[in-house]
Every structure is written in C-alpha cells, then in structure tokens.
Design a protein around this ligand. Structure first.
Ligand SMILES: [Zn+2]
Length: 241
C-alpha cells in the first residue's frame, strides 16, 4: 500500500509538472510580444505595398518623360530645318513645343513627389525594422527562458516516470492492477479517513472499517466512493517519491 501511494504521488506530481509546462508555453507576456511582432510586420507589409506602387508609378512617369524628351527633340530638329519656311508651320511647331514643355514640367513635379514618397516610406520602413528587431530580441529571450523552464520540467517528468517504473516493479501485482483500474475511472484514488469521515465523499465510516484501515493489513475501500482509505499522510516532501 505504501508503494502504491508513492506511485500515486508520482503520477500526481507528473500531472502538476505537465500543467505547469503547458501554462509556461502559454504565458501572456510571450503571446503579447508575438502579437506585437505580427502587428509590426503587417504595418511594414502595408508600407512595402505603398512603396512598390510609388516605384511602379515612378517608372511609368520616367518613361513618359523620356517620350516627351524625344518628341521635343524632334520638334527642335523640325524647327531648325524649317527655319526659313512659312510661319504657319513654325507657329504650329512652337505651339506643340510649349504644350510638351508644360507636360514635362508637370511630369517632373510628379516624379519629385514620387521620390519624396518613396524616401518617406523608406525611412518609415527602417524605423519599423529597428522596432521589430527590438521586440523580436525581447520575444526570443523570453521564449528561451520559458523553454529552459519547460525543459527542466520535462527532465523532472522523465525522472519521475523512471522512479514510478521502478516502484511498479516492486509493488504487489494484484494491488497494482487494482490501483491501475481505479486510476482509470477516478482522478483521486486515495482518500484520507479523518475524524471517522472519508475526506473525498464525506461519508461517515464505520468503526470496524476504520479499525481495518488502522491495521493496514489489506486494502480497504470507502463504501461510498470506492477510494482506497488511509489514515496518515505519507511524509510529504513535495517533490520526492
Ligand atoms: Zn469516500
């Protein structure tokens, strides 16, 4: 019975360690940092889209500008060739030249604006990058420390499992199988008999039953909840089996 109780305690310690490690993996501060990282990435991506759009716009406008330059050049050539021709053609050419020059000025303004936008966004991107790196560093260091704690718990669980295997080998096979069956159906297998009452179901226990428990010669179950009764808590040094 003493061995069974130690095995039972081992299982409970393992459950506690597993719960704790699960909680560690889900710690709020880590989740918050991860969320913050996601937000920064999203904003960064949105800006990248804007930069790409501005770059595409810039390319189109630069191409338009070189088209206009070509047209202006051909007008200049024509003006030079028709220097002595009739004034009507000259006038028409001059008119076209003026229109093209206006267009050129407008385009150059727009190109400047695109450049300005790209530069502004590039600066923002750099800010985001340094912000991201900072949060990422914090996130990683937190995660590492959590992982270390989790690894420690996992080692402890393995050690306890080993101890339980050893204890199971030395336990009475019949009692062990009785215990295993109970464990499958109830979370708590052992119940303390205190002041003549079962601590789990609060059923009053008969004097003869308590006497049997005191004798400790066999396994005595509570009549009501079927848990294995015991009288005194085994030395409870939390982490040892
Ligand atoms: Zn009971």
């Amino acid at each position: 019975m003493e061995i069974l109780k130690r095995i039972d305690k081992g299982y409970r310690l393992i459950e506690q360690a597993k719960d704790k490690s699960e909680r560690l993996m889900n710690v709020e501060s880590i989740k918050r940092l991860k969320h913050e990282l996601d937000l920064i990435l999203n904003e960064e991506n949105e800006i990248r889209v804007q930069v790409d759009q501005a770059r595409t716009g810039l390319l189109i406008k630069e191409k338009q500008l070189s088209d206009i330059d070509r047209q202006l050049l051909s007008i200049l050539e024509k003006l030079y060739e028709s220097e002595h021709q009739n004034s009507k053609i000259l006038q028409e050419l001059k008119k076209q030249e003026t229109i093209l020059k206006d267009k050129k000025t407008n385009l150059e303004d727009e190109i400047m604006k695109e450049f300005y936008i790209i530069e502004k966004y590039s600066k923002e991107l750099n800010l985001f990058k340094s912000k991201y790196n900072k949060v990422e560093k914090l996130y990683n260091s937190k995660k590492i420390s959590q992982n270390e704690k989790v690894a420690y718990l996992e080692d402890k669980i393995k050690l306890m499992e080993k101890k339980i295997r050893k204890l199971r080998k030395s336990a009475d096979p019949n009692l062990l199988s009785l215990y295993d069956k109970k464990r499958q159906t109830m979370k708590v297998v052992f119940a303390k008999a205190e002041n003549g009452v079962c601590e789990i179901c609060h059923m009053t226990l008969s004097t003869s039953l308590i006497e049997k428990v005191e004798n400790c010669s066999e396994i005595i179950e509570c009549d009501c909840c079927n848990r294995i009764l015991y009288l005194e808590e085994t030395k409870d040094n939390d982490e040892t089996l």
